[in-house]
Design a protein around this ligand. Structure first.
Ligand SMILES: [Zn+2]
Ligand SMILES: [Zn+2]
Length: 214
């Protein structure tokens, strides 16, 4: 079964998640925005073998620690979708703008497309492309664990901002309705910021995308 631990990192309290297979103890880190010593301590404490970095999108609070972590630990960088290439190229600029430590540059070892899968130990997660917050945003869905790691697409009671370059409000709404809702009402999602919620709860109550007419 897929296990996970969410560690809010950076001044933006970004929900970095450590996910692992409880049989092999192989682990991936989703969105290592920063605070790498804390993440590595969590890996060690649980006796996990960190094997990969998975990225939902390339905003600094999600991707800022990626280059350094990949280089120091020899990890492959998987994701996001190629639509976020310009955000990766702009990481140094983002660091300055938001007062983050300088982000090391990187090139993903594998870009992700809608319908791809990623594997950790014996666990397989489905990749869905959910543009709108950024053009190359992806989410990771474990159907067996009924969990989805959705970055800044959907939050408890809110949705991702779409006022950044490449943002698109309608695309975001479409992605949520077409690619998140079908995961099923009992699927719990881990958003990029704030508390977890379920697809069913947001589908009914989220004022931005749920409720009647959605
Ligand atoms: Zn973001
Ligand atoms: Zn974020």
């Amino acid at each position: 079964m897929l296990q996970y631990l969410t560690l809010p990192v950076t001044p933006f309290q970004q929900n970095c998640s450590l996910v692992w297979c409880d049989v092999t103890k192989d682990a991936a880190v989703i969105d290592p925005g920063g605070e790498l010593p804390r993440l590595l301590a969590a890996v060690r404490e649980r006796g996990l073998n960190l094997k990969a970095i998975w990225l939902t999108h390339a905003h600094i609070d999600h991707a800022g620690g990626t280059g350094q972590l990949a280089r120091e630990q020899g990890l492959p960088i998987i994701g996001p979708h190629p639509g976020d290439q310009f955000w990766i190229a702009g990481l140094a600029q983002q660091s300055k703008m938001f007062g983050f430590p300088p982000a090391e540059g990187f090139t993903p070892d594998r870009w992700l497309e809608d319908g791809d899968t990623v594997q950790i130990g014996r666990e397989t997660l489905a990749v869905r492309h959910c543009p709108g917050h950024t053009p190359g945003h992806v989410v990771f869905h474990s159907a067996s664990a009924r969990r989805a790691f959705v970055g800044d697409v959907l939050f408890a009671g809110s949705i991702g901002r779409t006022d950044f370059p490449g943002g698109n409000h309608q695309q975001l709404l479409d992605a949520i309705r077409e690619r998140l809702w079908p995961m099923g009402d009992d699927t719990v999602f881990i958003p990029g910021h704030g508390p977890e919620s379920s697809i069913g709860h947001e589908r009914q109550h989220n004022p931005y995308v749920g409720g009647s007419g959605a």
